[in-house]
Structures are given as structure tokens and as C-alpha cells.
Design a protein around this ligand. Structure first.
Ligand code: ASP
Ligand code: MG
Length: 464
């Protein structure tokens, strides 16, 4: 399948009848030339609505749950009316109602239990993607493009970490060969649900919020696709957040490593785990705008001829800096660090940046505010003895900070860049709280006061 193209349409690209028409047209332009697999997100905001409905169900709130179900139904019925010919309306509405009934059945179970078992949540939220895949495939059929909706629970095999599962690539390869190849051989376009999968014993899972990008890259990898196109509502990956930086521009080309750094450091264009499955096979990715398909977008490749200097700057606000320091020189800072990192690993908390000083053996690390409570719980439990006996100073938390990440392969081995960044920031009288640069020299992470974050981002973008 040397020339296979995988195309993924995000929530806004699937957000209405009109948008689904465009997605189908973009698909048919390509499927006329080569085999295509489509991966779709739920219509925009539908996943939020489903998750909210499950919370309502857990709380026993029947009236609010019913109101949500009505909203869900109306949104998709409206889409049917705008998308499909008269003679298909009854079939389409019945199909939509069947899927919504699946969701309602699980929500009812949640209400009876008074809790939301993770695997039931995963099965229920995937209904958003099943609805959009169903409507897209039906519309394509009506337009004379043979297409089949496919539930990724039958294709993507994962571990059993419900809500944030990791794919098992070899079993997924076998499932994709069994489910998708026959469709491609019959010249049909599989329209696969993004976001979901199932364990080896077929319990439903999801890949984490925004996971449809990841679904698409998993399928591109196991099908040995020639390319992956990710359709969103922005022109591509940008040199800075356009809401902060007025002269931010679309980057024509960046590397997998740069794109992954940007995604992990808060750029919203790609799910952070998207690029990993592709890197090994070097499958190129395009990030494109379905609202302006004539624009080239950004091409993501294993290597690009980068100039010297950073490529892009991104920032994160909902973060907190945690600082730890031994209370006396008799305590090994290295041991404390090891204990702290072990606790964070077991708490499943991601460290966004880490720095340490050698003499006082103090260290600090940056985590997401949403993970702060869990991080502190594990740290305080693991280090309870040290804290009680005064070997460790009380753990300090500063949540009034923001992270800036300056990313670019071209920074490697180029002296003077950090100096220029810091000078640009200091001109605005913004104090730098912590700095981290890994020896790959791909990213420089800078922690500043929250109030100075936007200014600092603009200053750095302006400098380069
Ligand atoms: N619909 C899912 C979400 O909103 C997955 C996705 O859109 O990528 O998180
Ligand atoms: Mg998305």
C-alpha cells in the first residue's frame, strides 16, 4: 500500500453539515488518485457534552441528563437535514438515534451505580466519533464515493489504561490488516473513529483528550502510509501563538522533534503523542486548514535544512513550580532527587522542566496545575520521614508562574542564542525564575512570573 494517504479531520472540520461536505470533498479529491483512510473526531464540543452528561448521570441528575441527550440528538439531526438527501433522512436519523441510545444506556448504568467506571466512560464517549464517522460515510455514499464507517475499537489495540491508553502496535497492525485492508482492496474509503480503541480482550478504551490525531498517526504507521494529513482550523504550525504575537507566521517545514516539543509545551495544533509512531518509518505529516485548503500548511519531516536559531516559541500558563531543598549538608541531594522523581513517576505526573543547583543541592520542577495536588500527595507521603525529622525543608509551591519554550533544531551548537533571549526578556524588566535546556539543545525552557509571560513571549518572538 505504498501510496496510501491517511487524512484526519478534527472537531471543527466535522462541526456541521457544511463542514462535513468540505471534508468529504477533500477526501474524494484524493481518493480519486490513491487509497485513502479517513479518521474523524466527534463534531466540535460533542465530547465535552458527552462527558458532562456522564457527570450529570453520576450525580443522579435525570433532568439535566435528558436535556443534554436532547441537545446531542438535535445537533446530529440538524446535521442529517443539512447533509443528506430527503430519501435518506429516515435511515440516517434512525442510525443516529441508535448510537445515541447506546450512549443513553451507558449513562443510565452510571446513574444507577452513582459512579463512572473508567471503561464505561471510554465506551460512552466514543459515541461522539461513531456519530460523526457514521454521518460522513453515509454522505460520501450518497455522493457516489464508496465509504464505510469503522469503529476503531475493532482496529486499534491498546493497553488497559482507560482514558489515556497506549497503543499496542503489532496487534494493531494485525487488526488493521484484517479490518481495513479488505475495504481498501474493494476501493472503499474506511471512515474510522478517532480517539478510541480496545484492549486485547476487547474492553473499550480511549487515547486521551484530543487523541484523534494520535489515532491517525497510529493507523498511518501500521498501514505503512505514504503520508498523513491532519486537517484543522488553523493554517499550520506557527512560529508563535497568534493571540500573543501579532507577526506570528506559519512554518513551512519543521522536524518531528520540533513539532513534538511544541505540542508538549502547550502549542495546541497536534496531540503530543502523535509523532512518535511515525518517526521510525519517517512518514511525513502535513498540518492543513480545512477552512483554507488551498494554503500549503506545515510539513513535518524527520529532518529539515534549518537555519541557525529558534524556530518557534510557545507558552503554558496552568503550571506550578515545586521547589525542594535539603535542610542540611548531611543529606544527599541526589538521594532526595531520586526519591522525589520516583514519587512523581508513580503518581503518573509529567515533569515539564527540571533544574538543580549543585552546592545547596536544591532542585525544582514544573508540573501542570491539574496534576499538582496528586504530585504533592505522593511527594509528602514518600518523604514524610525526611520532612518530619527536618532533613528536608518544607516543599515550596509557586503557582503564579508561566512556562516559555523556545524550540528549534537550529539552536544546536549556535552560541549566543540564550543570551539574546534573556536580554530580550530583561529589557521588559521581567525576572527569570528558572531555566532548563537539555543537552539536545532543541528547547530552552524559561519560567517567569505569570504576569510577565505574554510580554516575554512577544519579546523573544520579536528578537528572532
Ligand atoms: N473528540 C475527542 C476530544 O475532544 C478526540 C479528538 O477530538 O481528538 O478529545
Ligand atoms: Mg483535536
Amino acid at each position: 500500500m505504498g501510496d496510501l494517504l491517511v487524512m484526519k479531520f478534527g472537531g471543527t472540520s466535522m462541526g456541521s453539515a457544511e463542514r462535513i461536505r468540505v471534508a468529504a470533498r477533500l477526501t474524494s479529491e484524493q481518493s480519486a488518485k490513491r487509497p485513502v483512510v479517513v479518521v474523524v473526531s466527534a463534531m466540535s464540543k460533542v465530547t465535552d457534552l458527552l462527558l458532562d452528561s456522564l457527570r450529570k448521570a453520576e450525580a443522579g441528575d435525570q433532568a439535566d441528563l435528558d436535556a443534554n441527550l436532547e441537545k446531542l440528538s438535535e445537533r446530529h439531526r440538524e446535521c442529517c437535514r443539512g447533509l443528506l438527501p430527503k430519501e435518506k433522512q429516515d435511515q440516517a436519523t434512525a442510525g443516529v438515534e441508535r448510537l445515541i441510545a447506546d450512549f443513553a444506556r451507558i449513562a443510565k448504568g452510571v446513574m444507577m451505580l452513582g459512579e463512572r467506571p473508567p471503561r464505561s466512560v471510554d465506551e460512552a464517549v466514543a459515541v461522539g466519533e461513531r456519530l460523526s464517522a457514521y454521518l460522513m460515510a453515509l454522505h460520501m455514499e450518497c455522493e457516489g464515493i464508496p465509504a464505510v464507517a469503522v469503529n476503531a475499537a475493532d482496529v486499534i489495540a491498546t493497553d488497559a489504561v482507560f482514558g489515556n491508553a497506549t497503543p499496542l502496535m503489532e496487534p494493531t497492525r494485525a487488526r488493521a490488516a484484517a479490518v481495513l485492508r479488505p475495504l481498501l482492496d474493494q476501493h472503499k474509503v474506511p471512515v474510522v473513529t478517532g480517539f478510541n480503541g480496545s484492549t486485547l480482550d476487547h474492553r473499550p478504551t480511549t487515547l486521551g483528550r484530543g487523541g484523534s490525531d494520535f489515532s491517525a498517526s497510529i493507523l498511518a504507521a501500521v498501514l505503512d502510509a505514504a503520508e498523513l494529513w491532519i486537517w484543522t482550523d488553523v493554517d499550520g504550525i506557527m512560529s508563535g501563538d497568534p493571540r500573543l504575537v501579532s507577526d506570528a507566521r506559519v512554518l513551512p517545514e519543521i522536524t518531528y522533534a520540533e513539532a513534538a516539543e511544541l505540542a508538549y509545551n502547550g502549542a495546541k495544533v497536534l496531540h503530543p503523542r502523535t509523532l512518535a509512531p511515525l518517526a521510525e518509518r519517517g512518514i511525513p505529516v502535513w498540518s492543513k486548514n480545512s477552512f483554507a485548503p488551498e494554503k500549503p500548511g506545515t510539513r513535518i519531516l524527520p529532518r529539515v535544512d534549518a537555519g541557525h536559531g529558534p524556530h518557534a516559541v510557545t507558552s503554558m500558563t496552568d503550571v506550578a513550580l515545586v521547589s525542594m531543598e535539603p535542610a542540611s549538608a548531611a543529606v544527599s541531594g541526589t538521594k532526595l532527587m531520586a526519591r522525589a522523581l520516583d514519587g512523581l513517576a508513580r503518581a503518573n505526573v509529567e515533569i515539564l522542566a527540571f533544574t538543580s543547583s549543585s552546592y545547596r543541592q536544591s532542585f525544582c520542577f514544573l508540573v501542570r496545575q491539574s496534576e499538582l495536588e496528586r504530585a504533592l500527595e505522593f511527594l509528602e507521603e514518600d518523604l514524610a520521614l525526611e520532612l518530619v525529622h527536618g532533613y528536608l525543608k518544607p516543599i515550596e509551591v509557586d503557582a503564579d508562574v508561566g512556562l516559555i519554550a523556545v524550540v528549534g533544531e537550529g539552536m544546536r551548537g549556535t552560541p549566543g542564542l540564550a543570551g539574546r533571549m534573556f536580554t530580550a526578556i530583561s529589557k521588559h524588566n521581567i525576572n527569570i525564575i528558572a531555566i532548563a535546556q537539555g543537552s539536545s539543545e532543541l528547547t530552552i525552557a524559561i519560567v517567569v512570573r505569570r504576569s510577565g509571560l505574554e510580554q516575554a513571549v512577544r519579546a523573544i518572538h520579536g528578537e528572532f
